[in-house]
Design a protein around this ligand. Structure first.
Ligand SMILES: Cc1cc2nc3c(=O)[nH]c(=O)nc-3n(C[C@H](O)[C@H](O)[C@H](O)COP(=O)(O)OP(=O)(O)OC[C@H]3O[C@@H](n4cnc5c(N)ncnc54)[C@H](O)[C@@H]3O)c2cc1C
Length: 299
Protein backbone atom coordinates (compact mmCIF):
# COMPACT_ATOMS: atom_id res chain seq x y z
CA UNK A 1 0.00 0.00 0.00
CA UNK A 2 1.41 3.43 -0.92
CA UNK A 3 1.38 6.11 1.76
CA UNK A 4 -1.04 8.85 0.66
CA UNK A 5 0.60 12.27 1.12
CA UNK A 6 -2.41 13.65 3.03
CA UNK A 7 -1.87 11.08 5.79
CA UNK A 8 0.64 13.58 7.18
CA UNK A 9 -1.15 13.77 10.56
CA UNK A 10 -0.81 10.06 11.16
CA UNK A 11 2.08 8.58 13.05
CA UNK A 12 3.93 6.20 10.82
CA UNK A 13 6.67 5.24 13.27
CA UNK A 14 6.34 1.70 14.56
CA UNK A 15 3.74 1.63 17.33
CA UNK A 16 3.55 -1.87 18.72
CA UNK A 17 0.00 -2.69 19.73
CA UNK A 18 1.42 -5.25 22.15
CA UNK A 19 2.25 -2.21 24.30
CA UNK A 20 -1.23 -0.78 23.98
CA UNK A 21 -3.26 -3.89 24.74
CA UNK A 22 -3.82 -5.56 28.10
CA UNK A 23 -3.03 -9.02 26.70
CA UNK A 24 0.35 -7.71 25.53
CA UNK A 25 0.45 -9.30 22.09
CA UNK A 26 0.12 -7.90 18.59
CA UNK A 27 1.88 -6.22 15.71
CA UNK A 28 2.22 -2.78 14.20
CA UNK A 29 -0.41 -0.85 12.24
CA UNK A 30 0.62 1.01 9.12
CA UNK A 31 -0.86 4.29 10.38
CA UNK A 32 -1.97 5.54 13.78
CA UNK A 33 -4.18 8.60 14.33
CA UNK A 34 -4.91 10.14 17.73
CA UNK A 35 -7.68 12.72 17.13
CA UNK A 36 -8.98 15.00 19.88
CA UNK A 37 -12.60 15.34 18.84
CA UNK A 38 -15.46 14.24 16.60
CA UNK A 39 -14.60 16.76 13.84
CA UNK A 40 -11.08 15.32 13.51
CA UNK A 41 -12.54 11.80 13.35
CA UNK A 42 -14.82 12.86 10.48
CA UNK A 43 -11.75 14.00 8.49
CA UNK A 44 -9.89 10.76 9.17
CA UNK A 45 -12.81 8.51 8.20
CA UNK A 46 -13.29 10.45 4.95
CA UNK A 47 -9.56 10.29 4.20
CA UNK A 48 -9.50 6.53 4.72
CA UNK A 49 -12.62 6.08 2.60
CA UNK A 50 -11.10 8.16 -0.21
CA UNK A 51 -7.92 6.04 -0.21
CA UNK A 52 -9.62 2.69 0.42
CA UNK A 53 -7.69 2.23 3.67
CA UNK A 54 -9.36 -0.01 6.30
CA UNK A 55 -9.86 1.73 9.64
CA UNK A 56 -9.81 0.13 13.09
CA UNK A 57 -10.73 1.85 16.38
CA UNK A 58 -8.57 1.41 19.48
CA UNK A 59 -9.86 2.25 22.94
CA UNK A 60 -8.06 0.92 25.99
CA UNK A 61 -7.05 -2.30 24.20
CA UNK A 62 -8.54 -4.47 26.97
CA UNK A 63 -10.73 -6.66 24.79
CA UNK A 64 -8.43 -7.17 21.84
CA UNK A 65 -6.37 -9.94 20.35
CA UNK A 66 -4.17 -8.28 17.73
CA UNK A 67 -2.39 -10.54 15.26
CA UNK A 68 1.40 -10.55 15.01
CA UNK A 69 3.22 -8.60 12.29
CA UNK A 70 2.24 -5.66 10.11
CA UNK A 71 -1.41 -4.60 10.02
CA UNK A 72 -2.30 -2.98 6.73
CA UNK A 73 -4.85 -0.60 8.18
CA UNK A 74 -5.10 2.77 9.87
CA UNK A 75 -5.80 2.69 13.59
CA UNK A 76 -7.63 5.54 15.24
CA UNK A 77 -6.88 5.70 18.96
CA UNK A 78 -9.44 7.56 21.07
CA UNK A 79 -7.26 8.26 24.10
CA UNK A 80 -7.06 12.03 23.54
CA UNK A 81 -10.86 12.48 23.51
CA UNK A 82 -11.18 13.25 27.20
CA UNK A 83 -13.88 15.87 27.78
CA UNK A 84 -15.90 15.34 30.98
CA UNK A 85 -19.02 17.45 31.68
CA UNK A 86 -21.30 17.08 34.68
CA UNK A 87 -24.87 18.36 34.24
CA UNK A 88 -27.80 18.17 36.62
CA UNK A 89 -29.46 15.22 34.88
CA UNK A 90 -26.55 13.65 32.97
CA UNK A 91 -22.79 13.22 32.62
CA UNK A 92 -21.35 13.69 29.13
CA UNK A 93 -17.91 12.19 28.53
CA UNK A 94 -15.44 11.80 25.68
CA UNK A 95 -14.75 8.29 24.40
CA UNK A 96 -11.12 8.35 25.53
CA UNK A 97 -11.84 8.68 29.24
CA UNK A 98 -10.90 5.61 31.26
CA UNK A 99 -13.98 3.61 32.26
CA UNK A 100 -12.58 2.75 35.74
CA UNK A 101 -12.32 6.50 36.40
CA UNK A 102 -15.96 7.04 35.34
CA UNK A 103 -17.03 4.13 37.56
CA UNK A 104 -15.21 5.65 40.57
CA UNK A 105 -16.75 9.07 39.91
CA UNK A 106 -20.20 7.49 39.48
CA UNK A 107 -20.24 6.81 43.23
CA UNK A 108 -20.77 10.54 43.84
CA UNK A 109 -22.52 11.42 40.59
CA UNK A 110 -25.43 8.99 41.02
CA UNK A 111 -25.17 7.07 37.74
CA UNK A 112 -27.36 3.93 37.76
CA UNK A 113 -25.59 0.60 37.33
CA UNK A 114 -22.04 1.90 36.91
CA UNK A 115 -21.06 1.36 40.56
CA UNK A 116 -21.61 -2.34 39.78
CA UNK A 117 -18.83 -2.26 37.17
CA UNK A 118 -15.53 -2.00 39.08
CA UNK A 119 -12.56 -3.92 37.70
CA UNK A 120 -13.66 -3.51 34.08
CA UNK A 121 -10.74 -1.82 32.31
CA UNK A 122 -10.92 0.09 29.04
CA UNK A 123 -12.20 3.35 27.61
CA UNK A 124 -15.70 4.82 27.64
CA UNK A 125 -15.95 4.32 23.84
CA UNK A 126 -14.90 0.69 24.18
CA UNK A 127 -17.38 -0.12 26.95
CA UNK A 128 -20.20 1.50 24.99
CA UNK A 129 -19.25 -0.47 21.87
CA UNK A 130 -19.09 -3.72 23.88
CA UNK A 131 -21.94 -2.91 26.30
CA UNK A 132 -19.54 -4.05 28.99
CA UNK A 133 -20.80 -5.17 32.37
CA UNK A 134 -21.48 -8.18 34.50
CA UNK A 135 -23.71 -9.59 37.17
CA UNK A 136 -23.84 -6.33 39.19
CA UNK A 137 -24.47 -3.77 36.45
CA UNK A 138 -23.72 -2.74 32.92
CA UNK A 139 -23.18 0.27 30.70
CA UNK A 140 -26.67 0.03 29.22
CA UNK A 141 -28.19 0.63 32.69
CA UNK A 142 -27.38 4.34 32.34
CA UNK A 143 -26.47 5.09 28.73
CA UNK A 144 -28.85 7.63 27.18
CA UNK A 145 -27.02 9.09 24.19
CA UNK A 146 -24.06 8.27 21.97
CA UNK A 147 -22.14 10.61 19.72
CA UNK A 148 -19.93 9.35 16.92
CA UNK A 149 -18.98 9.13 13.28
CA UNK A 150 -20.57 6.55 11.00
CA UNK A 151 -18.97 4.37 8.34
CA UNK A 152 -19.56 7.04 5.68
CA UNK A 153 -17.83 9.76 7.69
CA UNK A 154 -21.07 11.40 8.87
CA UNK A 155 -21.22 12.68 12.45
CA UNK A 156 -24.22 11.40 14.44
CA UNK A 157 -25.89 11.74 17.81
CA UNK A 158 -28.19 8.88 18.76
CA UNK A 159 -30.64 8.60 21.64
CA UNK A 160 -30.44 5.20 23.31
CA UNK A 161 -33.65 3.33 24.16
CA UNK A 162 -33.98 0.26 26.38
CA UNK A 163 -33.09 -2.82 24.35
CA UNK A 164 -30.85 -0.96 21.83
CA UNK A 165 -27.77 -2.68 23.28
CA UNK A 166 -27.51 -6.46 23.64
CA UNK A 167 -25.29 -8.90 25.51
CA UNK A 168 -21.77 -7.58 24.81
CA UNK A 169 -22.99 -5.86 21.68
CA UNK A 170 -24.16 -2.49 20.43
CA UNK A 171 -25.35 -1.02 17.12
CA UNK A 172 -22.01 0.83 16.70
CA UNK A 173 -19.94 -1.78 14.84
CA UNK A 174 -17.96 0.03 12.13
CA UNK A 175 -18.69 3.46 13.63
CA UNK A 176 -16.44 5.47 15.91
CA UNK A 177 -18.01 6.31 19.24
CA UNK A 178 -16.61 9.72 20.17
CA UNK A 179 -18.65 10.42 23.30
CA UNK A 180 -21.51 9.21 25.48
CA UNK A 181 -24.07 10.60 27.91
CA UNK A 182 -25.10 8.72 31.08
CA UNK A 183 -28.16 9.61 33.13
CA UNK A 184 -28.01 10.69 36.77
CA UNK A 185 -30.60 9.48 39.24
CA UNK A 186 -30.85 10.83 42.81
CA UNK A 187 -32.04 7.37 43.97
CA UNK A 188 -28.41 6.28 43.47
CA UNK A 189 -27.07 7.85 46.64
CA UNK A 190 -23.34 7.63 47.48
CA UNK A 191 -24.16 5.04 50.18
CA UNK A 192 -26.15 2.79 47.84
CA UNK A 193 -23.53 3.19 45.09
CA UNK A 194 -20.59 2.45 47.42
CA UNK A 195 -22.28 -0.65 48.81
CA UNK A 196 -22.77 -2.07 45.30
CA UNK A 197 -19.25 -1.06 44.23
CA UNK A 198 -17.59 -2.91 47.13
CA UNK A 199 -19.75 -5.99 46.70
CA UNK A 200 -18.93 -6.16 42.97
CA UNK A 201 -15.22 -5.47 43.56
CA UNK A 202 -14.94 -8.22 46.19
CA UNK A 203 -16.56 -10.69 43.79
CA UNK A 204 -14.25 -9.62 40.93
CA UNK A 205 -11.08 -9.91 43.02
CA UNK A 206 -12.04 -13.34 44.25
CA UNK A 207 -13.05 -14.80 40.92
CA UNK A 208 -10.86 -13.22 38.22
CA UNK A 209 -7.09 -12.85 37.63
CA UNK A 210 -7.16 -9.04 37.59
CA UNK A 211 -3.40 -8.55 37.90
CA UNK A 212 -2.47 -10.90 35.04
CA UNK A 213 -2.08 -9.80 31.43
CA UNK A 214 -5.32 -10.85 29.72
CA UNK A 215 -8.13 -9.55 27.55
CA UNK A 216 -10.82 -10.44 30.07
CA UNK A 217 -13.25 -13.21 29.23
CA UNK A 218 -12.15 -14.87 26.00
CA UNK A 219 -15.53 -16.43 25.10
CA UNK A 220 -19.16 -15.35 25.38
CA UNK A 221 -21.38 -17.36 27.65
CA UNK A 222 -23.29 -19.68 25.26
CA UNK A 223 -26.63 -18.80 26.86
CA UNK A 224 -28.00 -17.30 30.03
CA UNK A 225 -27.16 -19.57 32.95
CA UNK A 226 -24.43 -21.46 31.05
CA UNK A 227 -21.00 -20.02 31.71
CA UNK A 228 -18.18 -20.49 29.19
CA UNK A 229 -15.73 -20.61 32.12
CA UNK A 230 -17.60 -23.51 33.72
CA UNK A 231 -17.60 -25.48 30.43
CA UNK A 232 -13.84 -24.95 30.01
CA UNK A 233 -13.18 -25.83 33.65
CA UNK A 234 -15.29 -29.02 33.41
CA UNK A 235 -13.28 -30.00 30.33
CA UNK A 236 -10.19 -29.89 32.62
CA UNK A 237 -8.48 -27.17 30.64
CA UNK A 238 -7.28 -24.87 33.42
CA UNK A 239 -3.50 -24.50 33.15
CA UNK A 240 -3.36 -25.66 29.49
CA UNK A 241 -0.46 -23.86 27.76
CA UNK A 242 0.75 -22.96 24.30
CA UNK A 243 4.04 -21.02 24.39
CA UNK A 244 3.52 -18.05 26.71
CA UNK A 245 -0.29 -18.31 26.68
CA UNK A 246 -2.15 -20.23 29.37
CA UNK A 247 -5.76 -20.91 30.41
CA UNK A 248 -5.91 -19.16 33.79
CA UNK A 249 -5.91 -21.47 36.77
CA UNK A 250 -8.14 -18.96 38.62
CA UNK A 251 -10.84 -18.38 35.97
CA UNK A 252 -11.01 -20.76 33.01
CA UNK A 253 -12.49 -18.18 30.63
CA UNK A 254 -9.36 -16.02 30.90
CA UNK A 255 -6.31 -16.69 28.73
CA UNK A 256 -3.29 -15.08 30.35
CA UNK A 257 0.06 -14.04 28.93
CA UNK A 258 2.54 -15.58 31.33
CA UNK A 259 5.70 -14.76 29.42
CA UNK A 260 6.38 -13.69 25.89
CA UNK A 261 3.18 -14.96 24.34
CA UNK A 262 2.56 -14.20 20.69
CA UNK A 263 -0.84 -13.79 19.09
CA UNK A 264 -0.20 -17.11 17.32
CA UNK A 265 0.21 -18.80 20.77
CA UNK A 266 -3.10 -17.34 21.94
CA UNK A 267 -4.92 -18.29 18.74
CA UNK A 268 -3.62 -21.84 18.90
CA UNK A 269 -4.73 -22.13 22.54
CA UNK A 270 -8.18 -20.75 21.64
CA UNK A 271 -8.57 -23.44 18.98
CA UNK A 272 -7.54 -26.19 21.42
CA UNK A 273 -10.06 -24.96 23.98
CA UNK A 274 -12.84 -24.78 21.39
CA UNK A 275 -12.09 -28.25 20.06
CA UNK A 276 -12.05 -29.79 23.53
CA UNK A 277 -15.23 -28.02 24.70
CA UNK A 278 -17.00 -29.14 21.51
CA UNK A 279 -15.88 -32.72 22.12
CA UNK A 280 -16.83 -32.79 25.82
CA UNK A 281 -19.99 -30.66 25.86
CA UNK A 282 -21.08 -30.41 22.20
CA UNK A 283 -21.01 -26.59 22.50
CA UNK A 284 -19.36 -24.18 20.03
CA UNK A 285 -17.79 -21.32 21.95
CA UNK A 286 -18.00 -17.89 20.34
CA UNK A 287 -15.25 -15.32 20.94
CA UNK A 288 -16.07 -12.33 23.14
CA UNK A 289 -12.67 -10.82 22.44
CA UNK A 290 -12.31 -8.90 19.18
CA UNK A 291 -9.62 -10.15 16.80
CA UNK A 292 -7.60 -7.72 14.63
CA UNK A 293 -7.40 -7.40 11.75
CA UNK A 294 -11.14 -8.03 11.55
CA UNK A 295 -12.13 -10.01 8.43
CA UNK A 296 -13.28 -6.83 6.63
CA UNK A 297 -9.94 -5.12 7.32
CA UNK A 298 -7.69 -7.92 6.07
CA UNK A 299 -5.54 -6.77 3.13
C1 LIG B 1 -8.91 -8.06 33.66
C2 LIG B 1 -10.08 -7.78 32.77
C3 LIG B 1 -11.37 -7.86 33.27
C4 LIG B 1 -12.47 -7.62 32.44
N1 LIG B 1 -13.73 -7.73 32.95
C5 LIG B 1 -14.80 -7.48 32.16
C6 LIG B 1 -16.13 -7.57 32.66
O1 LIG B 1 -16.36 -7.89 33.83
N2 LIG B 1 -17.15 -7.29 31.82
C7 LIG B 1 -16.96 -6.92 30.51
O2 LIG B 1 -17.92 -6.65 29.79
N3 LIG B 1 -15.70 -6.82 30.00
C8 LIG B 1 -14.62 -7.09 30.79
N4 LIG B 1 -13.36 -7.00 30.26
C9 LIG B 1 -13.17 -6.66 28.84
C10 LIG B 1 -12.99 -5.14 28.57
O3 LIG B 1 -12.73 -4.44 29.75
C11 LIG B 1 -14.24 -4.58 27.91
O4 LIG B 1 -14.59 -5.32 26.74
C12 LIG B 1 -14.10 -3.12 27.49
O5 LIG B 1 -15.30 -2.74 26.87
C13 LIG B 1 -12.97 -2.90 26.51
O6 LIG B 1 -12.88 -1.51 26.25
P1 LIG B 1 -11.61 -0.96 25.46
O7 LIG B 1 -11.72 0.51 25.40
O8 LIG B 1 -10.37 -1.49 26.07
O9 LIG B 1 -11.85 -1.58 24.04
P2 LIG B 1 -10.72 -2.14 22.98
O10 LIG B 1 -10.14 -3.35 23.56
O11 LIG B 1 -9.78 -1.01 22.68
O12 LIG B 1 -11.63 -2.46 21.76
C14 LIG B 1 -12.56 -3.51 21.82
C15 LIG B 1 -13.52 -3.38 20.63
O13 LIG B 1 -14.22 -2.15 20.77
C16 LIG B 1 -14.01 -1.33 19.63
N5 LIG B 1 -13.92 0.05 20.10
C17 LIG B 1 -13.13 0.53 21.08
N6 LIG B 1 -13.34 1.84 21.24
C18 LIG B 1 -14.27 2.18 20.33
C19 LIG B 1 -14.91 3.41 19.98
N7 LIG B 1 -14.62 4.56 20.60
N8 LIG B 1 -15.83 3.38 18.98
C20 LIG B 1 -16.15 2.24 18.32
N9 LIG B 1 -15.57 1.05 18.61
C21 LIG B 1 -14.65 1.04 19.59
C22 LIG B 1 -12.69 -1.80 19.04
O14 LIG B 1 -12.60 -1.45 17.66
C23 LIG B 1 -12.77 -3.27 19.29
O15 LIG B 1 -13.54 -3.88 18.29
C24 LIG B 1 -12.25 -7.25 31.08
C25 LIG B 1 -10.95 -7.13 30.59
C26 LIG B 1 -9.87 -7.40 31.41
C27 LIG B 1 -8.48 -7.26 30.85
Amino acid sequence: MVLPSDFADAQTRAVHLARRTSLGVGGTPRWLFEPEDQAACVQIVRLCLAHGVPLLVLGGGCNLLVEDGRIEAAVIATKRMRTFEVHEDRVVVGAGNGFPDLVRRSLHLGIPGLPGCPGIPGSVGGVVFMNAGGRFGSVSDALIEVEGVDTQGQPFRQTIHPGDLGYRSSPFRGSIVTGAAFKRDPAWTPERSAALYHKAMDWKRESQPLAARSAGCMFKNPSEGISAGRLIDDAQLKGLRVGGAMVSTQHANFIVNIGDATAADVQSLIEQVRTRVRAVHGVDLELEVEVWPAPEARA
